[in-house]
Design a binder for this molecule. Sequence first.
Ligand code: GLN
Length: 447
Amino acid sequence: QAYLDRIAALNPSINAFITVDAEKTLAEAAAADALIAAGQAGPLTGVPIAHKDIFCTDGWLTTCGSKMLHNFIAPYDAHVIQRFKAAGMPSLGKTNMDEFAMGSSNETSYFGAVKNPWNTAYVPGGSSGGAAACVAARMAPAATGTDTGGSIRQPAALCGITGLKPTYGLVSRFGMIAFASSLDQAGPMAPSAEDCALLLNVMTGFDPNDSTSLDREKEDYARDLDKPLAGLRVGLPREFFAAGLNSEVAAAVEAAVTELKKLGATTVDISLANSRLAIPVYYVLAPAEASSNLSRFDGVRYGYRAPEYGNLDDMYSKTRAQGFGAEVKRRILIGAYVLSHGYYDAYYLQAQKIRRLIADDFNAAFKTCDVILGPTAPGTAFKLGEKSGDPVEMYLNDLYTIPANLAGLPGMSLPCGFDAQGLPIGLQLVGNYFSEAKMLNVAHQYQ
Ligand code: GLN
């Protein structure tokens, strides 16, 4: 009830939630109380959580930030939602996001932009902007997010919270609306690394409903939180500290490195040379996959349908013309183009080859270091409207986050200070495959 009250007070100015349903939340809270009374409580039973509106939630509106799904009530729970429910965590509502998770500022949402709680003239980052903002404003103690090119880490950085994108395949995407399937991954967003470890313990696990779900033994991600950092080798990619990085962000990240050294870490100079191609590669591959994934939104099966149309083709085209926003249409057009006959080899295939080279750079780097450290984003939060007119300028915000998605590696962002305007700065850690416990250990020791 306390969180619902805070949402009622703050959400009108922050716009972090698309849907709040106090009755449903309180019913789930009562069920959690019953679990506690029956002595069946887990570590998070009764702790409420907000869910990104990309996760299907049984009986709740699930919009993915789009007019296309503005009226879609999901008929089942995503795997992640099932897990949080089973852990006794009541849902606080569905959080705002960029339309179909395409964006870095939350300004592409059909439901309006989210405001950064530190200064409401600024963006919260995206696409999980509502999730980051509601945690930063303490409207929720935790939230789910998804990260295709940085959508957990970049908004976490811009809002001053902690967010983790797990290794690709660790968390099931069943019931998570698909954007770019070879990149999409769900993860936790919360104030601290310790919180994220507990949330990750709930989220992970094999799911036969997702063909990319990994069948591995369950780990306790909180097990190493208190391990000392003596002997830790921190890799500093020289390309991530080069031109384009805001000087206040650089100074804060360097100060964090000094802190880690005091805790016993040593630094290693590494190179991720092919990462300079990560943005062009991502903006071939992600739209290609999106153009295929989004073909299901045709006005026939669910969601929006144009009110007036002639024949079936006309119904499809009017529905999609009216139901999708400008950024989503831009991605569908790019995707259809790079996959078309005569262009596939020149763009799609080339991008796949460079993707491999980017992953190879990481593999080489992890021979000499345990974790890679750098900035999460090239700057702090920018003003609403500042970049929305220039897609390429917006895409550049994901310069440091996209490489980990292309390689399938885990990454996290944690707060490491503030700029002169009082806006939070994010520090990024990228780990080797399945090294979430190690990253959380480093983050927790630093925090
Ligand atoms: N900002 C990137 C994009 O617009 C990443 C989004 C994401 O991770 N979902 O595609």
